[in-house]
Design a protein around this ligand. Structure first.
Ligand code: SDX
Length: 437
């Protein structure tokens, strides 16, 4: 017999179905609540609310589990490539060698961007944040690559997916180069996805970039661990905007904007800025920890805590291991790493953080890794966006194919003024003078 939840409201009893996921996760299906009871639910930030049924990513916040299409993130980080993981997230299964070769070839075919887009970059103020540039450039892609009526919807979508996956990486490197007054480096069909990006970022006419394939692998693993994360803020933005039947470019542009926030994907930049502030104040993290514990102080420890994980973020140790490997390989030390390690040791022993289940998340370590790759700090959220793109695409496509798809339009509880009349302007002046307004 199907499980049900019983609700008693105003003396009446209602029953709502229970939905059970493939890993035993459960939800009360309240899709008929308003119609049957006249009530809505109230759940700021959707902490207790499931927005969809999905088959893409599974997370267990208590056990620290993350799987893409059922495959553990640890195995993908160990054995997969970013292009292969992108294929998995978008298409549902790992590709055959021929499918992977065809997919990689498609990405190569669409790695250039329209030359006229360079004028967009050059008219941006030099200090513009790359995430703002990227979000608007992605929206602009629709104008440069409009739909062609002769193509079927499926052909159009496959082309748009390939263009986005390949051009977002190119646009990101272009925004970095142009912001520094350097000439744009074009992608090369001789290089793989990740090596191409590093070459587009760092090649120089006077000192050709020497590709270190350990650094390439570190970038690959960073992007694999960033690729999807169920219904996080930016993925929900992509689904929400997409529900209005707007094109994929505009939906992804909304996702980039949401990811920019320091509470979300912008945290990797905020972590480094916080560690630099600790360094510049003498290197002792304890005053910052005390501020983070003070409820009257809005300061949060960047890189700690997570809406879902109430234990270690399973991506954090993967990133940390890759960071240690790269720093050793490059023979580098990073003073911020020592501060980060000291901060982490103090925090994981602090009763406040233990009681609040606040552990290091992926962003706590990813900033140090990106610094080791010489990526400038304001590009950190852009790096996250390139990694998250296949997840956004897969989730958007799943939402479009959802038989229960609806326009996303939440309700509210109104606590504003009750009915009142319009007061003519001259009367308002009088009332103001009488102190009645
Ligand atoms: C990402 O959702 C995803 O999956 C995101 C992501 C992905 O891959 O897409 O994993 C990527 O965004 C990781 C998170 C990066 N953000 C940060 O590192 C910013 C710092 N973290 C916090 O702002 C916070 O932990 C959030 C936003 C990440 C989650 O916060 P919640 O779930 O909304 O919880 P909350 O803000 O209601 O906090 C619950 C309690 C509060 O204390 P009380 O009022 O209950 O006493 O925990 C405290 C908070 O004050 N708290 C923190 C804290 N995070 C939460 N206190 C100090 N420092 C922190 N970092």
């Amino acid at each position: 017999m199907a499980e049900k939840a019983t609700l008693i409201l105003d003396g009446k009893t209602y029953e709502f179905p229970i939905i059970t996921g493939s890993e035993g996760d459960k939800a009360i299906d309240i899709s008929k609540l308003l119609k049957e009871t006249g009530y809505i639910t109230f759940d700021p930030g959707y902490v207790n609310t499931g927005s969809c049924i999905s088959a893409i990513t599974y997370m267990d916040g208590k056990k620290g589990i993350l799987r893409y299409r059922g495959i553990p993130i640890e195995e993908l980080a160990e054995h997969s490539t970013f292009v292969e993981t992108s294929y998995l997230l978008i298409n549902g299964n790992l590709p055959t060698p021929d499918e992977l070769a065809a997919f990689s070839g498609l990405l190569n075919d669409h790695s250039l961007v329209h030359e006229d887009m360079k004028t967009f970059f050059s008219s941006y103020p030099r200090g513009a944040h790359p995430m703002g540039i990227l979000s608007s450039m992605v929206n602009a892609l629709r104008a440069f690559y409009p739909e062609v009526p002769e193509r079927s919807q499926e052909e159009e979508l496959n082309l748009t997916v390939a263009r986005l996956l390949s051009k977002l990486r190119t646009l990101a490197a272009m925004s970095y180069r142009i912001s520094r007054g350097h000439r744009v480096i074009y992608p090369s069909h001789e290089l793989g996805y990740c090596a191409n990006f590093l070459n587009m970022m760092f090649d120089s006419p006077v000192k050709p970039y020497v590709i270190d394939y350990d650094v390439v692998r570190a970038l690959e693993v960073f992007w694999i661990t960033s690729a999807d994360h169920e219904q996080n803020c930016s993925t929900s933005a992509v689904r929400h905007v997409g529900s209005a039947r707007v094109n994929l470019y505009a939906s992804i542009s909304a996702g980039i904007s949401a990811l920019w926030g320091p509470l979300h994907g912008g945290a990797n930049q905020a972590v480094i800025e916080m560690l630099q502030e600790i360094r510049d104040s003498g290197g002792d993290p304890r005053p910052f920890i005390e501020r983070a514990k003070d409820r009257n102080d809005p300061f949060r420890l960047m890189g700690f805590g997570h809406r879902v994980y109430k234990t270690y973020d399973p991506r954090a140790p993967i990133i940390k291991k890759m960071t240690d490997k790269i720093l050793t390989k490059l023979g580098r030390t990073d003073p911020l790493l020592d501060i980060a390690q000291n901060l982490e040791e103090l925090v994981i022993r602090d009763p406040y953080f233990i009681d609040h289940n606040l552990y290091p998340n992926v962003d706590f370590h990813s900033g140090i890794l990106l610094r080791a790759m010489d990526v400038p700090v304001n590009m950190f959220p852009v790096m996250f966006a390139i990694g998250r793109l296949p997840g956004w695409i897969g989730q958007w496509m799943e939402s479009m194919e959802d038989p229960d798809r609806k326009l996303c339009r939440p309700r509210q509880i109104y606590l504003g003024p009750t009915l009142r009349e319009y007061i003519p302007r001259d009367k308002r002046i009088q009332m103001k003078e009488n102190g009645e307004l």
